[in-house]
Design a protein around this ligand. Sequence first.
Ligand code: SIN
Length: 287
Amino acid sequence: MHIRRLSHALGAEITGVDLRKPVDDQTFHDIHAAFLEHCVLLFRGQTLTREQHIAFGRKFGELQLTPPHRIAHMAPDHPELVLVTNKPNPSAVPLDARYQGEGWHSDRSFVASPAKASLLRGVILPPLGGDTLFSNGYMAYEQLSDGMKALLEGLHGVHVQEDNRTLDRSTPERYAASLRLTRAAHPIARTHPDSGRKALFLAFRIKKFDGMTVAESAPLLKYLLEHATRPQYVYRHVWQKDDLVVWDNRCTMHNAVNDYDHAHVRHMERVTVKGNESGYVFEGNLD
Ligand code: SIN
């Protein structure tokens, strides 16, 4: 197994591993160490079946099954696989651009236990464009001044994923249940459970800081998101078919660049690994 860094900020390509075959414990130990060090790993030329993709995901931990309101995005018969795609699907449920990865985010940040890792495979790619950007939340945090770090201490961002399908107001019980799937507050400077380092934990989905208004929160949120996505903290991945990219959601954000011609299909398949609880369900108002 060889490791080659992909950018100054983050990312490494792993060669010499065939993920179609079971990965032995020593090899996985080395892969996991590289995952913690480089935050994003690239494996090229992995012509995996869905079962092989899922099996490799399981090495990282328990998998997140597709939630009920995203059933239209589930791979048929594979609840462990989310389709991140602009390809019309047989259920004919219109695909929502928000579910095509656009905008800086970290997967499932709107629940109290966001994702640990995501494993995304390029299945069908447009001829041009459709790259994915990744940013390093450790670096962005560490470059802040001591004053700003002190200001962020204790601040929680309220992450919201809402659309007509996700918030069910039909009964108080259903409303409470749907809130648990769509609104959570997490520390802005979040400690990574494995490395013990702090990373900025941001997303376009943060509406405000808990305990402040949207208007009060907006200027600092805008500054932090711009800071965390400066080019020096970013790796841009130009996809090739059968690339498998694995990232650590606890110290990175990503953004699928929506710059390609949608007459072409961009079809990606993602396995998502559950993470630890790092926040709480947000039940306050969003004003
Ligand atoms: C995602 O947000 O999980 C997918 C990103 C992408 O399709 O590039």
